[in-house]
Design a protein around this ligand. Structure first.
Ligand code: ATP
Ligand code: MG
Length: 691
């Protein structure tokens, strides 16, 4: 296979050479006679492809949770009937003018930090609290974005509630996951006659593909805290990547389950006959959606869906998950005849989700009424602010490019009243003075947004998405894609659909699955049933550790010279495990051996470094950062004790070799280790949250 993991061999150990004892966490050198590096002891020259991992323990049901920025939900499937996916039951609530299949990602905690409610119930209860009382309660919404935007995420990272009180973010996520756990298990039990043991459930949580390791680990820790699974059985929880999950589902699509935006030739946004194609395809989509929303059970193809019958071997496609917070893309190829997926380019995307439109609306309000006034209003009249955002959400969803008439957004009475009292003038006067020609005041207490005004709110976000996809399509590995699947809630927007068709429709066919908002959930269930379906992934970053090499005059800079035991060493050299955008198949492993530096050493800790590029030599190069650490727990395996004079070959303890195996082809980086002398497993963990 041409694109298996290629490891640099500059740190290969010459077999049989004397190897001294040490790990080399950055800058902790230890000498060796090896011409190359002294640690790791025995890097694998190339990864071996092992059997694709199979389900390790029996489970009878897969429950997937789509933890979204704006909305969340779950779905499940029983392993004895894997072609049927059950969508979550609707618990309560709903918004006028907005058809949601998931629940809003809102959490309400009581003043003494206990869970109160989640979803519509949380929002409605917070809304109904007396404003004085509300100051003591903790209300959180759209909190997933914080995980993406925090560069130094740890278990201690805090989230601020609307009222300004701070709580550990991990607690907030755990409360939400616990809520889903309870609801999902109850529903699964209602549907299954047999008694369900907790280890019979495989949980899947979706995260954006662009999330880094710390964020993925954070989600895992939150799941442990919520009691979804225990840290002793980590394999019972899978982290799924959102666009990847969508892609897994898209493989199953039948022709009648999609809208193909390119089915009609479009010129400058209009059909050749001058009509507006989006109006009819949009109507069609709406109708399909309406129908699918009445059903909570979906059947999927057992093989590849008929949509793919037109595909040639090697055809590539992009899946763009256009959500509330992020737009997240993956590029795949279906491998026939197995139907497995191969990632062709590293996951990409950015914070270009539909909340960008909400923020543009808020910015427009600030422009008209003043940023200080809007801040004040949000703080003093939180319920009215919620009402205003609900009103905007409903109108935002009806915005369409072909629409000529204005959209009315009802301003809550308390907004009008609050403005008058604080500014001494009416909202109408403020609007007039702001010179916002696109927005008019209606005497019925509404802001009338012209089509141009609505367009202005969408354009910056949509432009970011289109620009990102255009750039992606320029990459060598992505050129010539045949299909672009738009999924996620924002993909329902005719504004986005139209812009995508106009800008990209000439390059590829743009497909919108019918129930776009649920595509990720359905795919996540399929992923839980068979996680080996994505056979090859691309590394998002370069990863490695710092090692010592023999110092070579003229090759290595003098400031890296280190003298130890009469030898000259070059310190801080990056021993690369994998390179950014490298193809790694499931089951391919990187092996390194480490050895304790002292008698009785309990732990070996090895710092991991990462970088966005591959063009690096030292761990001190610009752009390289310490991102995590591998811990090998020698005491538990008996390796530390065994070091003390028990080596039957009579050699020194330093020779004890802990063979460490790392996997980069999964959705999370995994590590295992073995004490070579005894053959016993060494407890190995990898931590990206303690930096
Ligand atoms: N017809 C529509 N027009 C415009 N925006 C829409 C439409 N339908 C849904 N949206 C937007 O899509 C978003 C919800 O999509 P989705 O549920 O996929 O996001 P999410 O999963 O919560 O976010 P993320 O995946 O980024 O974490 C909301 O911001 C909503 O306003
Ligand atoms: Mg989403």
């Amino acid at each position: 296979m041409a694109d298996v993991l290629q490891l640099s061999t500059n740190s290969l150990q010459v077999p049989g050479e004397d190897r001294s004892a040490s790990t080399s966490p950055s800058g902790s050198p230890s000498p060796s006679r090896n011409e190359c590096s002294i640690t790791p002891l025995t890097p694998s020259p190339s990864p071996r492809t092992e059997l694709r991992p199979r389900v390790a323990r029996p489970f009878s049901v897969v429950v997937a949770i789509d933890f979204g920025t704006t909305s969340s939900g779950y779905a499940f499937s029983f392993t004895e009937d894997p072609e049927t996916i059950h969508m979550m039951r609707r618990w309560e609530g709903g918004d006028p003018g907005v058809a949601n299949q998931k629940s809003p990602t809102c959490l309400l905690l009581t003043p003494d930090l206990r869970f109160h409610s989640f979803g519509f119930a949380a929002r409605d209860c917070y809304h109904d609290l007396d404003p004085e009382e509300a100051r003591h309660w903790l209300y959180f919404d759209k909190f997933k974005m914080k995980i993406h935007s925090t560069s130094d995420l740890t278990m201690e990272t805090e989230l601020e509630s609307v009222s300004g009180r701070r709580v550990r973010a991990i607690e907030v996520f755990a409360h939400a996951l616990r809520f889903f756990r309870e609801h999902a298990l109850k529903e699964v039990k209602d549907q299954s006659s047999s008694v369900l043991e907790s280890n019979e459930v495989r949980w899947v949580i979706t995260v954006p593909a662009v999330w880094r390791q710390p964020a993925k680990q954070f989600m895992r820790e939150a799941a442990y805290l919520a009691g979804l699974v225990t840290p002793d059985s980590p394999e019972q929880l899978l982290i799924a990547l959102e666009p990847e999950a969508a892609s897994i589902y898209c493989r199953k699509l039948r022709l009648h389950q999609v809208i193909d935006l390119s089915q009609r030739p479009v010129t400058n946004g209009l059909d050749v006959d001058g009509s507006r194609p989006f109006d009819s395809s949009f109507r069609q989509a709406r109708e399909q959606l309406r129908r699918s929303r009445h059903s909570r059970t979906f059947l999927v193809e057992s093989g590849t869906g008929e949509l793919w019958s037109e595909m040639q071997t090697g055809d590539r496609y992009i899946v763009a998950d256009c959500g509330g917070g992020t737009v997240d893309l993956t590029v795949h190829q279906i491998e026939q005849p197995q139907g497995t997926l191969k990632e062709l380019y590293k996951a990409s995307g950015g914070p270009y989700g539909a909340v960008g439109v909400d923020l543009a609306f808020e910015a427009m309000l600030c422009q008209i009424f003043g940023a200080d006034f809007i801040e004040n209003f949000k703080a003093k009249r939180p319920a009215a602010w919620v009402d205003l955002t609900i009103a905007f959400e409903a109108r935002k969803r009806t915005a369409a490019p072909g629409r000529a008439n204005s959209l009315n957004i009802l301003l809550p009475f308390s907004f009008i009243d609050f403005y008058k009292r604080h500014r001494g003038q009416s909202v109408e006067t403020a609007l007039r003075k702001s010179n916002m020609n696109f927005i008019k005041w209606s005497s019925q207490g509404m802001l009338r947004f012209s089509a141009e005004a609505m367009n202005e709110l969408f354009q910056p976000t949509i432009n970011n998405i289109i620009r990102h996809i255009e750039n992606l399509m320029q990459k060598e590995e992505v050129k010539g894609v045949r299909f672009l699947f738009l999924v996620g809630g924002f993909a329902e927007s005719p504004m986005l659909q139209r812009a995508a068709q106009n800008a990209l429709g000439r390059n590829c066919r743009i497909i919108i699955p019918h129930d776009v908002g649920l595509t990720i959930l359905k795919g996540a269930v399929l992923f839980g049933l068979d996680p080996t379906v994505v056979r090859v992934r691309r590394c998002p970053l370069t990863y490695g550790v710092g090692v010592l090499n023999r110092f070579v005059e003229g090759r290595h800079p003098r400031d890296k010279l280190l003298l130890k035991d009469g030898r000259e060493w070059c310190t801080d050299i990056l021993d690369r495990f994998v390179s950014v955008d490298q193809s790694v198949a499931l089951g391919e492993v990187v092996r390194r051996s480490y050895t304790p530096a002292r008698i009785g050493q309990r732990k070996i800790i090895i710092n991991i470094y990462c970088c966005d590029t591959d063009d690096i030599t030292y761990i001190t190069d610009p752009g390289v950062r310490k991102c995590g650490a591998i811990t090998l727990d020698l005491l538990e395996s008996g390796a530390a004790a065994a070091n003390v004079g028990e080596n039957d070959k009579g050699s020194t303890f330093e020779r004890r070799e802990i063979r460490t195996t790392m996997q980069f082809g999964d959705t999370e980086i995994k590590v295992t280790a073995v004490d070579v002398a005894t053959g016993r497993l060494v407890r190995a963990s990898i931590d990206f949250l303690s930096n």
